[in-house]
Structure formats: structure tokens, C-alpha cells
Design a protein around this ligand. Sequence first.
Ligand SMILES: [Zn+2]
Length: 604
Amino acid sequence: MRIDQGTIREILARTDIGSFIGGYVALRKRGNDLVGLCPFHGEKTPSFHVHPDRGFFKCFGCGQGGDVIKFVQLQENLTFPEAARVLARRAGIALEEEDPAAARARGEKEQIYAANEIAAAYFAAALRFGEEGEAARAYVAQRGITPATVDAFKLGYAPPVPPWDRLVRELRERGVDLALAEKAGLVKRGQSGYYDFYRARLMIPTYATTGEIVAFGGRALDDAQPKYLNTSTTPVYVKGRGLYALNVARRAAAASDSLIVVEGYLDCIALHQAGISNAVASLGTAFTPEQAAELRRYARRVFVCFDADAAGYGATVKSLDALAAAGAEAFVVRLPAGHDPDSYVREFGADAFRQRVDEAVPAVQFKLDGEIDVVRARRLSPAHAARECARLVRALAPPEEWDKWIVYAAKGLDLSVNDVRNSTFAGNLANFAPRPGAGAYATRHVAPAAAPPSIERDILAAFIDEPGLVAEYGDAIGAEAFRDARYRAIYEVMRAHAGTLATASDVYAALGDDREAVELLVLLQKTDRSSKVRFQDSAARRAHLDRVVEGLIESRLEKRKNELDRKIDQAFTTGEPVSAAERDELRHLVEQLEAKRRKRQGIR
Ligand SMILES: [Zn+2]
């Protein structure tokens, strides 16, 4: 397809880049720019800028930038002419009719979109007018789906067999290459030629956010198996990547900064019909990291509403983890047993469903509730349960929320909050234990009460191995890094003599006749010490101490951030003013902490 410069200019002039990109990315106004999370690289703080006046976008994180056509190219993985065509169609700009040669040259993707469009129209007509569509019409009516919804979601019907080749004939008549239709998953090739893939099913097309049909779901009208027959991976669709109805939900999502994820097509359609237009379906149970990242691109808050059975519980937990890793705030919407979103909204109405969304529980609470049930079922002794409770909180919640969730979990287990608190080493030190991959808070080792936390042992082990490092790190690592009094006392002696410590014997000399301290250090020097960290050389020791310093800086920032948070919260309720400087400081702290977190998790 040829597109001349005049057409390009017209496309750019008629497309408001701010509102167009705003349909993909939640954008906030900042000065003359619009700012949001970059859709082209993973990030948790916005560095993606759109300049509506000048008609271009730019990401300061990954460097991607360009005009709106470039955006569509990157976003939808299209060639320049394909992207221009999408925008032209959207802006109502007629492109010159293609000659057959140009049509042949069109990309395979374009041809599959066209074949899917023809198939969808065929299915829609069969549902509306076809003689055999009666069963499907009855099914749709029985599910409470209105004609307007049928139209809006372009629902259709694949008639039953025989004959086996109705869609095949339709596609052939419309000039679709059947080999291509097979690639699109619409037909199959048998010994005596092509035949229809979908038969006797309610047909639900899935749209890309640019408006093309990329896949179909076919639902059996009766108990036929499988219940759903879906397009598998094709050149325009990767199974497990798409989200159903995102093309319609994204505007409402951008407005409310929230999305609701349900399992099935019909749940999703029922919510839209009830006016809850930020709903999408995951098309499968636990959704993938790609889907989580896609959701996060459109909204910060994601409400998961899956079936409440055992399989649904596991799927929900997995999905919550994927969302946390993608930087979304995840919540779980709970429905009464036996209900799914479709049945619930039909029986109780949209307001009742919205109420359930308002009452959705945060991801941490959802997971804690599940674990609390398990702990209860195990009938542990109170002391054991308290330890278990503390362990769970630390495994499931970010450190800054431990205290809040300890109170919650203790209540759930009828334990005293103090017992739970005292059964842990919870405190700042734990904040800088190296954490594993993004989003997950792994269970940390809880040392027995007699032994100091391994992190303190590791710091001292590094220093006794190479006492010269005390002078170097003494300022950055204060004595308050040690909660264990014996270790803190040893470290204080080391710091006092920092300038003169060259070898381990210098340290022992400095400790004089403090026998207990000497014994502790000797224990640390033994190769079989229980600490996991064994420093190979000076570089490894420095790397470890650098991590410790980073962690201490981070917990200091965290502490200051919490102070400011509290102050601003309080000001909010009492009406006291909060200075601009404090707000700036808070924003700056959040950015610094975020940067540190990303660095720690190995994310750029
Ligand atoms: Zn970027």
C-alpha cells in the first residue's frame, strides 16, 4: 500500500497524540507534558513523556520516541504502512483503493485480520438470522445477554455440521486464501480438503487494542467438551498474552486507574452490560507475567475476581504475584460461594458488585487469610503458632507493612500481638537482608533466639577476616546496625581501634581480656561457621559490606519516608498545612527508594 506524504501529514494532524497514547498508558499531566509508565520497558516510576503540542513521545528510561505512527508501530509490532493504516482508519481518512498486486504484498498479519473480520461477520449473521441459530439465540437469551451487547461484542454463532465447510465456502467466496485461514485457526485441512474448525458454538471475537480481531473463543451451547474452543497461537495472536475486552476497557481503566480481571468471556461481557466497563477477562486461570505487565500499563490498581474454588485460589495467588512483580497494586474481589461475576451481577445488580469491589482485600491480606486457615487447621501450640505467624507476615508482606499485618494475623489466630512480635527479629536489620526477585518476599531465615541474626555475623566475619576494612566502613556502618548487644560491643571496640587494626591478632589484642568476645570471634573465624556467606577474598567482603551500607541507607530513607507519610496523613485529617518542601522531599524519597529497589532486584 502506498501512503503519500500528504496522507501522513493528515493522519498526524487528525490524531491527538495525547489522547491516543492515553488510551494505552495512564498519563498524568506534568507541566506541558503528559507523563506515564513506559509501555516499552518495565518501570515502576514514570519516565515516559508525551508532548501533545509538538506531537511526539519520548521515554527517558529506554530512549524510545517518535510520532504517533511510530508509537503504533512499536506498541502493536506493525510495519510503518500497517501502523499508518490503523491510524488512518481511526481518523476516518480514506486511503486509495488497493490494486491486487498491493493486496498480495500486504503482510500476512493484515490478511489474517481481514479473514477474521469476514469470519466474525459470518458468525454474527448466523447468530442473528440463521435458521440453525435458534439454539444459540435461546442460549444467549437464557444467559441474559441483550441484543445491544451481542452487537457491541460482535457475538456470533458457528452453525453445526453438516455440511462441514460453511465458513470454508464463505471465506473462499470472499477471496481468502484457505491456507492462510488455516494459519489463522479458522479452518482445518483434512484428507478431502478444508473444513470448519468451529461448529455449533457461540463465537466470541477477541480484539487487539487497535481494533483488529486477533482470536476467537467458541463456547459450547450444551455440555459438549471442551467447554471453550479457543484460537491457539497464530501469527497475530499468542495464547496467554491477550486480554479479552481490553480494547473497550482501556478507556474506563485509564479514567479510574483500575481494572477488574475475571476469568471468562461471559463474566466479562455481563459486567460490561451492567455498566462496569473496566472489566477484562484473562482467558484462562492464572494469568501470565506478560498479561500482568499489559494490565499495569493501563491501570495501577488491579482487582482480581476469579472463582472461589481451590483451583481458583491457586490461580489467584499466582496472578497476585505476577501483578506485584509488574508493579501493580493488586486486590481480590470476593464473591459469595457458588457465584461468579456473571451470576452475581445478574442476581444482585451492578451496585452490589461495585460494593464488592470496594470491599476487595489487598493481596497480602488475601494470602495471609489463606495461610491463617492452614495454621489454624494444624492446631499448633500458641508459641509455635506465634512463630509461624511472624514468619508468614515476613514472607508475604513488604517490611514496612510487617507491623500492621502482625496485628491482623495475630487477631486471626487469637494470639497476643506482643507474643508474635517477640517471636521475631523483625526490625530494621531485616530490611536490608538481600531480597530475591521482583515482587516476592521470600521467607527469611529466623535464627534461634540465642544466636544473633546471620547478617550481623556476616558483617563481623568480614571485619575479622580483614580488619583494615573497619576504618573504611566504620562511618557508614554504625554500631546501631547490631541489635545483638555482644556483637555491638565487639564492633564498638573495633571501631575505637580502627586505625590500628591490620590483622585478626590486632583485633584480639584490642579486645584484651574480654574472653567471651574473643570466643565469639574465634567461632566466626572457623570455616564451618553456620553463616551461609563465606568470603573468598577482599572483593567479596567489600561487596557484602557495600550491600549492608546500601541496606542501612535504604532503611534510613524508609524511616524518613514513613515519618513524612504519617505527617502528611495527619495533616490531611487535621487540616494542618504541609509545606511544599516536605512534599518534594517525600516524592524524592519515594523515587530514591524505588531506584534502590530496582537496582537490588536487578531491574534497570
Ligand atoms: Zn521506556
